[in-house]
Write a protein of this length. Structure first.
Length: 397
């Protein structure tokens, strides 16, 4: 098949959606399909440090103002015309739009194309802060109206959810009865994210005696950054060699919140315990980042699923996360990881200490999680499931 992935962001931008889109493009191409990614330009902040994420297996075409247009900050006219020209020339069998606005754009030009249209969205549902589409957070009824409009138009042939959380959000909140809806979980490349990988801690500024907690998140409030910082403060006397490593990106970071993070680190006197790395790691560097850590924490208030959990589990790192929809599809408490309530620094701290001291518990969780990844989240298996779904939608099955 000829498949076009239509998404406003793509690596070298780092994020769960971007990781998914890259893995899918590569996986489908390796299965023999011709894959084209239509996406936005690389942000200026990334250009000096990172080259375009090229691949010998599939093509990437970057269109100006795509990222701005999906946020309604730029006109659609030129983007629509350019998209239409490229798609007519490529003549795909499947167009896979990722995001509400990309879906809307494809809907506007679909009648001039022969392709079947499959839709996914990866904006984390945050109904407690009135966000679902992610363009007008704070006004839930407006966001729901946009989302319901897109679903009720039925301009796509199928909906693909990447977790039960996404699927249930659509069914419960969008009053949408989707006939052709399917769920295929995100997957992780267990060869790339291998527990056998070893790295030198000294190369990254750490010692062999450090207890390194990895928290790979953007510096935004819903990721629970303030809670893990307070947990580190509670633990620094009990575990003097504790280190919190936060690899992050400038994109989608709230400057005001970023400043509050720095102030709290100073107020809690944990400057020597917290290492924040901004735009220092590419998507290809992440296996090494997991390899140098002792455990991973995801203290989010909302998540679609949490690809970073899959990656950590694949590398046999114990995981600690909040007990919320999406995350608890992957982390089964006391089986594949530990779960705590949101906004609970004390429980985060006690669970970190437990994993630090109890090797038998850590080993059991790690082995269970690794087995689960191999069974339910291994990348090649998940890509083949998406391939079969695309074939069914296109009519090849």
């Amino acid at each position: 098949m000829k498949i076009c992935i239509y998404a406003h962001s793509f690596p070298p931008i780092i994020g769960g959606a971007q990781t998914y889109q890259y893995n899918l493009a590569l996986g489908l191409a390796k299965l023999g399909h011709k894959v084209l990614v239509l996406t936005g330009e690389i942000p200026d902040s990334l250009k000096p440090k990172i080259k375009d994420h090229e691949s010998p297996y599939f093509k990437v075409f970057r269109m100006p103002l795509f990222r701005e247009a999906i946020k309604m900050k730029a006109p659609f006219r030129d983007l629509l015309m350019e998209s239409f020209k490229i798609l007519r020339k490529f003549d795909p069998d499947i167009i896979y739009s990722n995001g509400f606005t990309p879906c809307l754009l494809i809907s506007m030009i679909k009648d001039g194309l022969r392709a079947k249209h499959v839709f996914s969205y990866h904006s984390t549902p945050e109904l407690d802060v009135n966000k679902i589409v992610g363009i007008w957070p704070g006004n839930l009824e407006f966001e729901l109206s946009i989302a319901r409009f897109i679903f009720k138009q039925k301009s796509f042939d199928a909906y693909l959810a990447c977790s039960n959380n996404y699927l249930n959000t659509v069914k419960k909140n969008l009053n949408s009865k989707i006939k052709n809806a399917h769920r295929v979980y995100y997957g992780v490349d267990m060869i790339k994210f291998s527990f056998k990988l070893k790295v030198s801690r000294e190369k990254y500024g750490f010692s062999e005696n450090d207890f390194i907690i990895l928290c790979p998140v953007r510096l935004i409030e819903r990721k629970g950054i303030l809670d893990i910082l307070r947990a580190i403060h509670l633990l620094k006397k009990e575990i003097p060699n504790i280190k919190l490593l936060i690899p992050t990106s400038k994109l989608s970071t709230n400057d005001k919140f970023n400043q509050s993070v720095l102030r709290i680190i100073k107020k809690l006197k944990i400057e020597n315990n917290v290492v924040i790395k901004v735009e220092e790691f590419t998507i290809e560097d992440m296996p090494k980042v997991y390899a140098l850590s002792d455990m991973m924490v995801l203290p989010s208030y909302s998540e679609g699923l949490g690809i970073v959990l899959l990656e950590a589990m694949s590398m046999k790192k114990p995981v600690l996360a909040t007990n919320i929809s999406g995350i608890n599809e992957v982390v089964k408490h006391n089986k594949t990881g530990l779960l705590v309530p949101i906004k609970s620094p004390k429980q985060l701290a006690s669970s970190i200490e437990l994993l630090y001291k109890d090797k038998n518990l850590k080993d059991r969780l790690v082995q269970n999680a690794y087995a689960m990844i191999g069974k339910d989240f291994e990348l090649n298996k998940q890509v083949k499931k998406v391939e079969e779904f695309f074939k069914k939608v296109y009519g090849k099955n």
